[in-house]
Design a protein around this ligand. Structure first.
Ligand code: URA
Ligand code: CA
Length: 436
């Protein structure tokens, strides 16, 4: 088989066989495919698409490109969740401990921030001492003792995705349903969970901006998961605003702690999405009879503080200094706070969530290059939600600042990311649909 022939075949709208995709991925990880060739192939996939069967075969080939994790010696149904990437979107830190508190087994491998979207590992590391690189045995041991562990992917998991993602990031080939679906699902499948709840974001802060695109991505991933024997459900949720009020690693950890301590109302958008996601996790694990039963159990775990204790126990097991969890102000100690204020009386009509995410990165909460270090304490705390009224001069967002070198840029990006109206705008849905 010749790699050039495979590229030409996809370019000419051909349908790749499983053998061809396996050959390509194996050759890629063996270093026998040039970056230019892989990039050309992926651009052809972006332009020509893939059938469901091709996408599933590509996913399988990627999943088997490295180690796969066997969790079968852990008790119960191992349930994972994954978000396609959002802004101010702390759902794992809230939903996973609640699920564990209800008897679920959450053995999860998470990622770091990607472009403007945050990543769970960076948020976990905002607690000093936390080490997300753990040997498999330690990972399993924590899950066995506490019911929950969230760590980083081992370096040998899905090496094909690592290579492909680096190339996609710089060749305009990120936005492709078969490439995103295979990237996410190959990692989830390799990480060994029995059941997977996918939080597929839609809107201006998501990688997929329209509901149609997000639904197509969700259907593709659900179909791959189920066809490979993992119970998979996707929930399409809104990302035309930050989900919570906090954007930035320590700020989001602090917000998750506040939610789990019952300091945030149940009808808050972040809490509400976490109850929906956690509910589906419980249902897939066979621990709830339906959405109502699941919601009741999760609310109990929240009100009793059982979810909060799971988060504390897990952070402690990962080496974290729990005094930061008990006193979360310590997570966000910065040199300076700067307010962005409303220019007129009116209402918050909408946000550009992506720009808010980029602004937070400018303050040092995310990376522009792979090797950048993040500052755990910095970011943005939103003071207003979509639809809320504001008075001229009232703060809309508060920036948590250490390094001021790009502060002006960050402020002007936030100013342009908030749209105002004179009339109260209609409410946006939070959860669009659930695809099973
Ligand atoms: N997250 C991933 O892991 N891969 C993608 O392609 C997009 C989001
Ligand atoms: Ca986008």
């Amino acid at each position: 088989m010749l790699v050039t022939k495979l590229i030409e075949k996809k370019r000419d709208c051909g349908e790749m066989t499983a053998e061809e995709l396996e050959f390509l991925i194996r050759s890629l990880v063996e270093g026998k495919v040039e970056d230019s060739q892989m990039s050309a192939f992926m651009m052809a996939v972006c332009c020509r698409g893939m059938t469901e069967r091709e996408t599933a075969d590509l996913t399988m080939a990627m999943m088997h490109s490295g180690d796969t994790v066997d969790l079968s010696d852990l008790p119960g149904v191992k349930v994972d969740k994954h978000s396609t990437g959002g802004v101010g979107d702390t759902t794992t830190l809230v939903a996973a401990p609640l699920v564990a508190a209800c008897g679920g087994t959450v053995a999860k491998m998470s990622g770091r921030g990607l472009a403007h979207s945050g990543g769970t590992l960076d948020k976990l590391e905002s607690v000093p001492g936390v080490c997300v690189e753990q040997p498999l045995d330690t990972f399993k041991d924590i899950v066995r003792r506490i019911g929950i562990a969230v760590i980083g992917q081992s370096t040998d998991l899905d090496p094909a995705d690592k290579k492909m993602y680096q190339l996609r990031d710089v060749t305009g080939t990120v936005k492709s349903i078969p490439l995103i679906a295979s990237s996410i699902m190959s990692k989830k499948l390799a990480a060994g969970a029995d059941a997977i709840v996918l939080d597929v974001k839609t809107g201006n802060g998501a990688f997929m901006n329209t509901l149609e695109e997000s639904a197509a991505l969700a259907r593709s991933m659900v179909s791959i998961g189920n066809s490979l024997g993992r119970r998979t459900v996707a929930i399409i949720t809104d990302m035309n605003r930050p989900l919570g009020m906090a954007i930035g690693n320590g700020l989001e950890m602090k917000e998750a702690i506040e939610v789990l301590r019952g300091e945030v109302p149940m009808d808050d958008p972040l809490v509400s999405v976490c109850l929906t996601l956690g509910g589906r996790m419980l249902m897939l694990a066979g621990l709830a009879e339906g959405p109502e039963d699941a919601k009741r159990k999760l609310e109990e775990a929240l009100v009793s503080g059982a979810g909060y204790r799971k988060l504390c126990d897990m952070l402690e097991a990962l080496g974290g200094d729990i005094s930061y969890v008990e006193n979360p102000e310590k997570l966000v100690a910065v040199k300076r706070k700067v307010s962005v204020c409303a220019p007129n009386d009116g209402y918050i009509a909408s946000f550009d969530a992506k720009s808010l995410g980029v602004s937070s990165c400018l303050l040092g909460a995310g990376r522009f290059r792979k090797e950048d270090k993040v500052d755990p304490a910095v970011g943005i705390l939103m003071k207003k939600r979509c639809g809320e009224s504001v008075r001229k001069g009232e703060p809309v967002a508060e920036l948590y600042v250490n390094d001021e070198s790009r502060l002006e840029e960050a402020v002007s990006l936030i100013e342009s990311a908030v749209n105002y109206s004179e009339e109260k705008p209609g409410e946006l849905p939070l959860v669009y649909t659930i695809i099973e």
